[in-house]
Design a protein around this ligand. Sequence first.
Ligand SMILES: [Zn+2]
Length: 614
Amino acid sequence: MAFGNIDLNPQLIQAVRDAVDIVGIASDHTRLVKAGKRYQGLCPIHKEKSPSFSVDPVQGLFYCFGCGAGGDAIKLHMLTTGDDFPAAIENLAMRYAIPLPSRTEARFAGGKPERNIEGALQAGAEFFRDQLRKSPFARKYLEETRRIPPELVERFGLGYAPEGFQNILPALRARVPQSDLEAAGLVGRSERSGEPYDRFRHRLMFPIHNAAGRLVGFGGRALGPDEKAKYVNTAETDRFHKGFLLYGLHLAKREIRETGRAILCEGYFDVIGTVACGLEGAVAGMGTALTPEQTKLLARYTEEVVVAYDGDNAGENASRRALPLLLAEGLGVRRARFPGSHDPDSLRLEAGEEAVRAAIVGAEDAVTAELDRLIPADVARDPRAQAKAANEVGELLRPIPDAILRYSYSRLAANRLEIPVEMLARRVGGGAEKPAPGRADGPQAGPQEGPSPAPASSPSLIRSLEEQVLDLLLQEEVRSQIPPVEELPPPGVFLDIECRNIYEAFCALYAGASSPPDFQMLKSRLGERERTVARLAKIMLEREVASGRIGLLESLDKLTDRWRRQRIKELHGEINEAQRKGDHALRDRLVDEKTRLSRSLHRGSRQGTNHGLG
Ligand SMILES: [Zn+2]
């Protein structure tokens, strides 16, 4: 989320693109080692032990052979910080000292006065921290009642909003305009008198940051016994969307990425309490049910989530509602059990740190636990209960994207339900196989669909042949060998949708020019088509890894031949079908096509403009 009133105009975006240094950005998050023209290191996006992350400083691209993430420097910044595109542009512009146009314009254009809301929030956070130091009551509450170690008070930036309606404004008036404090949600205005007043009063203050570490708002916990609302958050604004934020993520993300585990709590104090037990990687929702956006955010950093919700019924229900969202993101989910109605923090205070650690470390697999609950031991003796349980199991397992995992759980459940696994598997459904990052979006279009058997070569070989061709088309040394655009095969010979996108862009640029486009032209044409750019990054960075390189014309021929073989197979079926229907004209046309294709296939030579693709 952007914080200033930044106008994301194309000039600004281009200026950022031109200025960013991908090696510098990558080096913030991982240690890079130079290898030839490239840099290599451990991937900052997924957890790994041997380096598969590669950066090309000349082309300004990165690619990870482990997780498939790839793209340009802005994309890398987004993936490593959690910034969205506008925030990335703004942060990178600041980092590379690029003037942010609308800010300065607004100052001088006499338009709406510019707001500095983040400045107001920061001034507020400072004020609250200062008030905490001055309030023996609030300090005693934190230190004695809550037993939060001083270093964690510091680390989480905790503060105190004093009693009374007129504190923050007089204290900050000299530095922060009242309108900014209002826009930041720190100061409200009485509907009757129009008088400004402090929104947070006699509350313990938790600063809330987005994943990029920028202050976006506050949560305030009541310290008075008669407060109606125990927790109050900053009102929803452009920069404070509860459903998109996870408390503590900016502090925990590095640890989460390193351990591959996040601990998902319900409350702010649970996060701090869990950390106080020596367990890093704790985050919390914002006092509302977990949202799909929060789940996606979490999935960017981890593969496994330990749900550490309260042990009472409400916590149990909340964790059950969160389960399908987490599973749908492909996350492994474990559920920590806290005795009675304890949460991590109350358990720490009552039973000690070891009890919390044991609950988190010993957390059970959440799906298995749910299956235990859904399938009572004697269910097979009651057909109706059996059918009901099978339905519920279907609902539970359906969101799991990994087909093998889904099947394994289905088998487990089928055994207990005493029904054949195939029957249950049908109930569970196909599931939506989640494409790996950087892979094609959905089912691939083109001739490889349909009922005909898969081509003899494996999909990965097919893919690498297509990538190989694209790689060759973009190599400086090979450019002189590239045939005229009208002699190049049509885009349809590419079965992989991303490769086809790249090839189409290549041909479109080539068609309007006297020579083939170079890599930079292609990259800027693809612009923000992230998946396609990621694939392009893969192709470019694979170049030095790829072995057994073949020539351009040879690989173009291979590609075309593959298509011919595929089409011949299809024609076989189509000819039989035409014969069966008695459509002789069609049959003859198809036979002709097949003969032509077979001939050009066996001749194994280039066909000039016609390729035998008819
Ligand atoms: Zn990776």
